[in-house]
Design a binder for this molecule. Sequence first.
Ligand code: ATP
Length: 248
Amino acid sequence: MNEALTIDGLTVDFGGFKAVDGFTTVVQKGELRVILGPNGAGKTTLMDLVSGKTASTQGSVHLFGENITNRPEHIIARHGIGRKFQIPSVFRDLTVRQNLEVAASGEPGVFRNLRLHMVAEDRARVEDVIAMTRLEPVLDTVAGELSHGQMQWLELGMLITQQAKVILLDEPTAGMTHAETFRTAEIINEMKGSHTILVVEHDMAFVRKIAERITVMQMGKLLAEGPMEKIETDPKVREAYLGSGGIH
Ligand SMILES: Nc1ncnc2c1ncn2[C@@H]1O[C@H](COP(=O)(O)OP(=O)(O)OP(=O)(O)O)[C@@H](O)[C@H]1O
């Protein structure tokens, strides 16, 4: 099964206003999909519908063929939709390594002698994630003392450690310095192929560094979909961004 996330005719009607309106797309396994769109286009609401934070009024969402439409948020999370910021996943009083070990064990609350109980496979995954997220220098730092960027990478690392099947990232570089944004692009580029990721992002410099296939939303609907070159020259997209400074 190569279709990781299948969104079909998804709609939410807020008392007559459809923030997401008949939206359809298919995200393949291992794909990195960027969702663009002017302010109020419905990008965050789409993430809310997929993750179960908001219930849809029409349409469906399937995760690797399984119908997850309007299931409770924690059940959708258990099925493998990992959303950053959705559930506070970082324990501020634990070190970076301990946080990753908790994520690997899948049993928050079991902190003592955690490493002894970890199976080899989980331990290997934690090591992979440490390398991927560049968290090696701060492994023994308690999470509460991390910089903003490091905290974001730890949260991302925990989603990977938990083996989320599809990772949803809403503006992952918000509040980051230029250097942190650059590093985040590197991390996401390394995740390509082995993880399925949906990213909502406004920072076009960042999007250009990571983009493969792009979906543009406007007024809750799908406006355009394709590679960056095609999207940037699409007259419909240019028109949608008129007045907001354009895609740049
Ligand atoms: N619970 C709600 N009830 C009514 N309207 C809502 C609700 N949630 C979102 N909206 C409206 O739906 C529209 C889409 O909002 P959304 O936050 O999804 O857009 P967005 O594309 O993420 O925008 P931005 O890029 O500014 O974050 C907005 O007009 C918003 O005011």
